[in-house]
Design a protein around this ligand. Structure first.
Ligand SMILES: [Zn+2]
Ligand SMILES: [Zn+2]
Ligand SMILES: [Zn+2]
Length: 752
């Protein structure tokens, strides 16, 4: 019988995820000797014994524990050394530093079984976890990932927990947050005046309060949620009023899939997303007659739903609660509250009660939001469950810090060929978010041992992220916003181009003081050529036009018809013409009215002209509501015009708008008009793609930018381009919106 020794190096998320006990078990199962340890790259194994058994062991490695991710396995065969047993060896000191840190993971099945087993010592214990589940990223202070470096450090394990922790055959071997009712974190319930409610059963009390129609701030994994009964209109609208959030949808948490199925259409792919270990919020089509308070999602056909993902959540739903609003614990646009004191300060006007625990949250991390499409997904927000899982790049390069954009900000740090993209940070318009950004950068530098050699930022001089970059003593580069969108998608697919990119977006800083956002580019990883764009139009009042879509509508109509007064459509009849004539003067004098080529603003204009929305309460609202109105099955479209100016293709949307006005005059249904408008934009993109292919001979095409969160648009564009022989690339790992910008910037830095 031939004896062999295999040295195996495994890279990926393999530390702190139960990988070594898994290897240990596998070695015993195959009766092999040797050792396993954590090293700087991941996990290192030496395994020796009969060749057949070693082969069996090696194939067993392809079925790792649920939250481990193997990126690379290399095997070297050597003569056997005659090991006596198999052991888990101590880590090589100080060398676990570039290893991956796992995101936070939803409670696993085994832990759930124990949670509801009256004979288990962790029966109903809200902090149960094991190496396959529980908090990770949000509790880490420093590396290596040991208990002492997490916010579990103050809790000393009891003898039982400690024996689990040290037993390689136990599911809790080296589970850093391991705890039990004897030794771990506990819950407390407070009124919003900070008075503790003495009770042996804070969860039971909380359930009773929720059933009574109270709003409770609940401390979770990455921050506080505001929770209330989602079926009671008076409660949900009270929450809206207190949170100063007019009509941005609230996310729901439902007891189980059955409850979600009563509310939404659930297909197989969405079921997988909902029950995945990441447990994101999934955007689904709402069923007619779904029993939900209207204020949960005003003006939308969809619902954002998720399943419980911590033991605390599971316990909240154990006693007859079906559906709770679970929205980020913040006021309006501030970031989610995550520290106890801060939460009391900021949320006491909103919540009636606070359910808190004494395990500190180190890092703020919101729920991730995903939208399923044709068996794939679009990220709207990438955070809990995914961050800080790295994204592999096409090559090694300089360590780069990319600062992202100011809306939906994320930042990104690279090391070698890996990009560590931060969780969603938020809109950089207040002090809270800015400090969250700065702390985040410092934490990532520390956790992943990265000292950036260069910094990349947006071209917008007034972005706080740009100013932050300017203040650093590092070589820096600005990358055009829409080029960065394209690059973020190229990074996902490890493409260096040349390729075509269609970037349909809100607004981003272009060249020569213009605002871009409807861009047709030829791209490589090093630069871009602007082959075409949406025809420029002034943005009356600059950023005011983003908040007030009627301004864009008026600008378009004035360009087409000159005098607005004679235009007999409801939009004009409702318009304050005097106010507009004042704004119009500023536009003619080119005051505070930059030229823009933004597709997002065109959607806004059409939305206002159709009477859908004149002002918005959150970014993209007008366009989202226009998408919701599409009459499926309507195939009509409006004529389009592509002009050529100085070798650049210009999409003139004016004929589309003229025809919309005609349809409105004929009292055509706004649902039909919305569909025809969408169909026209799909046609525009397909025609432009053909023209670009004719010019360049390139048929790889990348679709990015915030407008592609519109799935009616994205789905149809995808189909039509594919049918036309294009190779179509869409986002799978990062959002098409500005949440992806930092990855694109980083990709540029690494490939320079
Ligand atoms: Zn578990
Ligand atoms: Zn214990
Ligand atoms: Zn953008």
């Amino acid at each position: 019988m031939e004896e062999i020794r295999a040295c195996v190096q495994i890279e990926g998320v393999v530390q702190g995820v139960g990988f070594r006990p898994f290897v240990y078990g596998l070695a015993l199962e195959h009766d092999l000797k040797g050792w396993v340890l954590n090293d700087e790259k991941g996990v290192m194994i030496e395994i020796e014994g009969e060749k057949k058994r070693v082969d069996g062991f090696l194939s067993g490695l392809s079925f790792p524990p649920p939250i481990a991710t193997i990126e690379k396995t290399s095997i070297l065969y050597l003569p056997p050394l005659g090991y006596n047993d198999f052991e888990i060896r101590g880590s090589i000191e100080g060398e676990e530093r570039v290893a991956r840190i796992s995101p936070d993971i939803a409670t696993c099945k085994d832990c759930l079984n124990e949670l509801f087993d009256p004979h288990d010592r962790r029966f109903h214990y809200p902090f149960i976890n094991c190496t396959n589940c529980g908090p990770r990223f949000t509790i880490i202070n420093d590396i290596p990932y040991d208990r002492a470096n997490t916010t579990m450090a103050p809790f000393r394990m009891c003898p039982l927990c400690s024996s689990e922790y040290h037993d390689p055959s136990n599911r809790r071997f080296h589970a850093q947050p391991n705890a039990c009712p004897e030794c771990g974190p506990t819950l407390k319930l407070f009124t919003n005046l900070g008075k503790e409610i003495t009770t042996h059963n804070p969860i039971g009390e909380t359930i009773a309060l929720l059933k009574m129609g109270k709003i409770v701030a609940i401390k979770g994994l990455g921050g506080f949620h505001l929770a209330c009964d989602a079926t009671r209109e008076e409660v949900v609208s009270r929450l809206r009023a207190r949170k100063y959030r007019e009509d941005k949808p609230f996310a729901l948490m439902c007891r189980d899939l059955e409850v979600i199925k009563r509310l939404c259409l659930v297909y197989d792919s969405s079921r997988e997303l909902l029950t995945s270990k990441e447990r994101p919020i999934v955007i689904l089509l709402r069923k007619k007659g779904a029993k939900i308070a209207p204020s949960v999602v005003p003006f939308q056909k969809t619902l954002g739903v998720m399943l419980p993902y911590t033991p605390l959540h599971h316990l909240l739903f154990a006693e007859g609660v079906d559906t709770l609003v679970m929205t980020s614990g913040n006021v309006s646009d501030e970031p989610i509250a995550f520290e106890d004191r801060e939460a009391f300060d900021r949320l006491k006007q909103i919540a009636d009660f606070f359910l808190v625990h004494n395990r500190e949250i180190r890092t703020r991390c919101d729920d991730s939001v995903l939208k399923p499409l044709k068996g794939t997904v679009t990220f709207l927000r990438r955070a809990r469950g995914f961050a800080p899982f790295p994204i592999k790049l096409n090559r090694d390069g300089k360590s780069t810090l990319a600062c992202g954009a100011d809306l939906k900000n994320t930042f990104c740090l690279t090391k070698g060929n890996v990009a560590f993209l931060s969780q969603h940070i938020g809109d950089m318009e207040n002090f809270e978010t800015m400090s969250s950004f700065e702390e985040g950068v410092e934490l990532f530098k520390q956790l992943f041992q990265i000292e950036p050699e260069c910094v990349v930022h947006d071209l917008h001089p007034d972005y706080l992220s740009t100013r932050y970059a300017m203040d650093l003593d590092l070589p820096r580069t600005g990358v055009q916003h829409h080029f960065a969108h394209a690059l973020s998608l190229m990074a996902e697919h490890e493409s260096v181009g040349p390729a075509l990119a269609v970037v349909m977006d809100g607004t981003g800083y272009g060249e020569h003081g213009t605002i871009w956002g409807g861009e047709f580019l030829e791209v490589t990883v090093r630069g871009y050529k602007r082959l075409g764009h949406l025809r420029y139009i002034p943005m009356p009042g600059s950023n005011m036009a983003v908040k007030e879509p009627w301004r864009m509508a008026a600008a378009y109509l004035e360009r087409i018809y000159g005098d607005l007064e004679g235009l007999k459509i409801p939009f004009i009849e409702g318009l304050n013409l005097e106010r507009w004539s004042q704004i119009g003067k500023a536009v003619s004098a080119k005051i505070n009215s930059p030229l823009c080529s933004s597709m997002g603003r065109l959607f806004d204009a059409v939305s206002a002209i159709l009477g859908v929305r004149n002002t918005v309460n959150y970014e993209g609202q007008a366009a989202m509501e226009l998408e919701q109105m599409v009459e499926e099955g309507e195939m009509g479209e409006y004529p389009l015009e592509i002009l050529e100016e100085k070798a650049t293709l210009i999409v003139n949307p004016d004929p589309i708008i003229e025809n919309i006005v005609e349809d409105i005059r004929k009292a055509e249904s706004p649902f039909i008009i919305s569909a025809r408008f969408h169909n026209s934009i799909i046609r525009v993109i397909s025609r432009m793609a053909q023209r670009m292919r004719e010019e360049t001979g390139i048929s790889d095409i990348f679709l990015s930018g915030g407008v592609f969160q519109n799935h009616f648009l994205l789905g149809k564009v995808w189909d039509i381009l594919k049918e036309d022989g294009f190779k179509v690339y869409t986002h799978q790992k990062v959002p098409p919106n500005d949440g992806g910008i930092s990855l694109g910037q980083a990709y540029y830095g690494v490939n320079r």
